[in-house]
Design a protein around this ligand. Structure first.
Ligand SMILES: N[C@@H](CCC(=O)N[C@@H](CS)C(=O)NCC(=O)O)C(=O)O
Length: 224
């Protein structure tokens, strides 16, 4: 429901990405958060992921990435900063109570800063190292860092439903980060597998994913 061409909030997304990253682009986090609180947004589709970004776009997002978020003259980049801003507007994503709020922010930063980098290294090596004779050794060297973070996270989550008790932006980002974990690596931690399933079964997540995929479906290049 929240995709609405007349909405005051604007979220950038790509018109097209290669199939293997469909559903994995980070505007999804922003769409998901807005779906959770029922805030409408309009999409600003900026072309293909590999296209050079125009200077006007780089003025908003210096690294030429998505997402960018605009609302009433405010322009934000970095999904974490955007989610904090959205959370400020609704305690269903960011509790007002200082302790629970601090936990939610801590888990969100942990997802972005402690867990995601270990997984990104593996992803970069799997793409950039494809068919290179050093790939296996490089991935073997990087994998223990990701495995250690997952084990630590599994221990911290324990048998709780969400990291801070109730669902927050911390869970939203952590679950999106964990979606990139290879299935057999995640399977070592049944509680993390169940956590990701719980998050991605939320109707708001399902609507956000559907909206992102719909943008690609209507804009895919003919020769793709
Ligand atoms: N730290 C940024 C990362 C954003 C990001 O990685 N965006 C990717 C798509 S998921 C992108 O636009 N990549 C294109 C590029 O780096 O040129 C955030 O969380 O917003």
């Amino acid at each position: 429901m929240p995709v609405d061409s007349h909405a005051t909030i604007e979220v950038t997304a790509y018109q097209w990405v290669p199939p293997f990253v469909e559903g994995r682009i980070k505007d999804l986090r922003v769409r998901w958060a807005l779906e959770e609180i029922g805030r409408p947004y309009r999409e600003h589709l900026i072309g293909g992921i590999f296209e050079e970004k125009p200077s006007e776009y780089l003025a908003d997002q210096p690294f030429g990435q998505v997402p960018v978020y605009k609302e009433d003259g405010l322009t934000l980049f970095e999904s974490g900063a955007i989610l904090l801003h959205i959370g400020e507007q609704d305690e269903r994503l960011l509790p007002r109570d200082a302790t629970r709020r601090g936990q939610a922010i801590s888990w969100m930063i942990a997802a972005l800063n402690s867990v995601e980098p270990t997984l990104q290294t593996l992803i970069v090596l799997s793409v950039a190292g494809a068919e290179q004779d050093w790939q296996g050794a490089a991935m073997d060297a990087a994998r223990p860092f990701a495995e250690k973070r997952l084990a630590q996270l599994a221990r911290a989550l324990g048998d709780r439903k969400w990291l801070g008790g109730a669902f927050t932006v911390g869970d939203l980002v952590m679950i999106d980060v964990l979606r990139a974990v290879p299935a057999q690596m995640l399977a070592a931690h049944p509680n993390l597998t169940a956590y990701v399933e719980r998050g991605t079964k939320r109707p708001a997540f399902e609507r956000a994913l559907k909206a992102q995929l719909a943008a690609y479906a209507s804009n895919a290049p003919r020769d793709a």
